[in-house]
Ligand binder design. Structure first.
Ligand SMILES: Cc1ncc(COP(=O)(O)O)c(C=O)c1O
Length: 277
């Protein structure tokens, strides 16, 4: 059953089988390295289930790219600008990407995105394809101010401290709630994997939908992520306080209790497209 590893391996015990799979199988049977311009990857896989890569994976992938003359590009659209406890998620490892893709948090709600990369890469072609809203002064001002605030108000440190606190609290909760299969994340990108039973660990997708909806009713906005939609994703604002974390944990606990006791049912979700599985 796919959880955090497509090969169902336990982290630390597989000698990074996935990298050997890319080199031995993908490069030989799917696409040869000379057909691959770039590998683009999130430093932490968010919508895929808040999966933090095993130690050595990203470094190994970068080495594979270097060896085969493939560009190594990091997508920081979701976790960039402080969320993981570092300014960029990839800085949690020793990596030197050829380019970094940035979006959402850069503008704090204003529409702005950016690609930062090596000079020769960004100068490789002329600017044939530009965008209607590119260079929007309001969005650019918001971007600059966002960077200033993240730096000046030490929000990366707050993200790390609050993320560590939430992780400890959720791991305590996991002991009392066998439906929590895994607590994942780094800093303030966090996932609670919900499972049907502790043995088979089958994804509890309906339960995740119900918990998210019940949390919404109780005043907490969350999202379900993962290829089985069974990971409750938390991406709170970087300014969150310990008291607000406690409040969120209280609501999530209440929501899980309400689902387990039958006070919250799938029938409540039937009117929402995409909610009922
Ligand atoms: C990690 C990541 N990369 C890229 C995108 C796409 O960004 P955009 O909608 O700005 O193209 C998203 C989500 O929308 C995302 O979460």
């Amino acid at each position: 059953m796919y959880r955090a590893c497509a090969f169902e391996k336990e982290p630390g015990s597989c000698n990074l089988f996935c990298l050997r799979y890319i080199e031995d199988y993908i490069f030989n049977s799917v696409a040869s390295p000379d057909q691959i311009g770039a590998i683009v990857i999130e430093a932490i896989q968010c919508d895929g289930g808040d999966v933090v890569p095993a130690d050595g994976f990203l470094e190994g992938l970068e080495a594979l790219c270097r060896k085969n003359d493939i560009l190594f590009i990091i997508d920081e659209v979701k976790i960039g600008f402080g969320r993981t406890g570092k300014m960029f998620g990839f800085e949690n490892w020793k990596l030197t990407p050829d380019a970094v893709v940035m979006g959402k948090p850069l503008g704090s709600g204003q529409p702005i995105s950016a690609v930062v990369g090596r000079k020769e890469l960004l100068n490789a072609g002329i600017g044939l394809h530009l965008f209607t809203t590119a260079g929007n002064p309001v969005a650019c001002a918001a971007g600059l101010e966002t960077i200033r605030i993240v730096r000046d108000e030490n929000l990366t440190e707050n993200a790390k401290a609050m993320g560590d606190y939430l992780k400890t609290r959720f791991n305590e909760l996991k002991k009392d709630y066998p439906v929590i299969g895994d607590v994942r994340g780094k800093g303030l990108i966090m996932g609670l994997e919900l499972i049907e039973d502790p043995e088979k660990k089958t994804p509890a997708s309906d339960m995740a939908a119900m918990v998210v909806y019940r949390c919404y009713e109780l005043g907490l906005l969350l999202f379900d992520s993962g290829i089985n939609s069974n990971v409750i994703e938390l991406t709170p604002p970087l300014i969150i306080t310990k008291e607000q974390c406690d409040q969120a944990i209280e609501i999530i606990t209440q929501a899980i209790d309400d689902v387990l006791s039958g006070r919250m049912t799938m029938a409540k979700l039937s009117d929402f497209a995409g909610w009922a599985t």
